[in-house]
Design a protein around this ligand. Structure first.
Ligand code: KG4
Ligand code: ZN
Length: 342
């Protein structure tokens, strides 16, 4: 089954054609990052207007690169939510028009499910279920058990900011540009361990200075870490390059220490054959290597998306989620849903 998928929930205008949920025939992403660098973050109306200008060109380009004709496409899929309402409307409207014009079924996809399924893209073999997935981006920070296709159990999520959001804000504090994740990762490589100590939010009772022996709270919180970094930066005054690198290092360690420890804690409970890390933050090499190191002792495979472009927002993941776990739209109108989770 060949699905043409559209994604416009945030600040990427994307279209892809995916076969049977795993084979990416074409994937085109127009990133608005250059536009949002000017404001150190995304301004919703600016994002929506930029989608309007790019939606038709990315659909045309995805079709062109696939060398398929419209007759070869079996269905149209689109992100229904969550996301920015103005951005979602552009993709949902375009998908509805195409489905109607071309006489194809329309499939509504949850963006977060897209990130969960991004790990299926480009694989030869279907991963065994159940799978424990940590999916982390700018807008969400979820620990999920995928029991069966389309059947997720949300084990934990952030109580405030996502790690991606914390990376973006921390980068601002360290005078780095947007998006902050890749910038912090680069600077942290020059950082020295042990020069600063930032807190870890375990969200369960742990004696000061100790680590939890067993994890039973799978939720996350990163706002305290953000504030701790801010307070430290204010106290230190003007920062030289080495100090900024040491702070970036410790910030990154704090985020990934908590995330990999909680992921492992969940695995000890559910013992899945493999674990997935996904979402924009899964592009981070330090996150990947800490997770691999942790699961080595358990002889359990850690999967991350086969391409960096499948970590951050893209339409191929929407095509994958549409194939494995989407709802066919039966009402005449598909309403975008900015607060949709499951
Ligand atoms: O999935 P995504 O493209 O968009 C959302 O759905 O939010 O994720 C973007 C987020 C940003 O917060 C960005 O800073 C973060 O992912 N990110 C990273 C890295 N690359 C992107 N965070 C840490 N390390 C990275 N290498
Ligand atoms: Zn996303």
């Amino acid at each position: 089954m060949k699905i043409l998928a559209i994604e416009t929930s945030f600040d990427e205008t994307a279209c892809a054609i995916v076969e049977d949920g795993m084979k990416v025939i074409s994937s085109v992403i127009y990133s608005q990052i250059a536009l949002h660098k000017l404001t150190h973050g995304t301004v919703p109306e600016v994002a929506a207007r930029a989608h309007v200008g790019k939606i038709i060109p990315v659909v045309e380009e995805a079709l062109f690169q696939s060398q398929l004709s419209i007759a070869d496409i079996d269905a149209i899929a689109v992100t229904q939510g969550p996301g920015l309402i103005g951005s979602l409307i552009v993709g949902v409207t375009a998908a509805q028009v195409l489905a109607k014009m071309w006489g194809k079924p329309l499939l509504a996809v949850n963006h977060i499910w897209g990130h969960l399924y991004a790990n299926f893209l480009g694989r030869e073999q279907l991963p065994d279920l159940p799978i424990l997935i940590i999916s982390v981006s700018g807008g969400h920070n979820d620990l999920v058990l995928l029991r069966k296709h389309g059947e997720m159990e949300l084990l934990g999520q952030t109580q405030d900011d996502s790690a991606g959001e914390a990376f973006d804000k921390a980068a601002r504090m360290l005078d780095l540009s947007y998006p902050g994740g890749p910038e912090i990762e680069k600077l942290a490589k020059l950082g020295r361990p042990g020069h600063f100590q930032l807190p870890r939010a375990w969200l369960q009772q742990v004696p000061t200075g100790l680590r939890p022996k067993e994890i039973h709270d799978f939720n996350f919180s990163f706002s305290g870490l953000k504030t701790a970094l801010y307070t430290l930066v204010q106290k230190l005054g003007p920062l030289d390059e080495q100090v900024r690198a040491d702070l970036a290092y410790e910030f990154q360690e704090s985020v990934f220490d908590v995330m990999t420890t909680k992921l492992f804690g969940a695995w000890e409970k559910y013992r899945t054959p493999s674990v997935f890390i996904s979402g924009g933050v899964s592009a981070n090499q330090r996150f990947r290597s800490l997770a691999i190191e942790k699961f080595n002792q358990a002889d359990t495979a850690v999967f991350y998306p086969t391409k960096l472009s499948y970590c951050t927002d893209n339409a191929a993941m929407i095509g994958a989620a549409a194939f494995f776990a989407s709802k066919k739209v039966t009402d005449p109108v598909l309403e975008p849903d900015p607060s949709l989770w499951n």
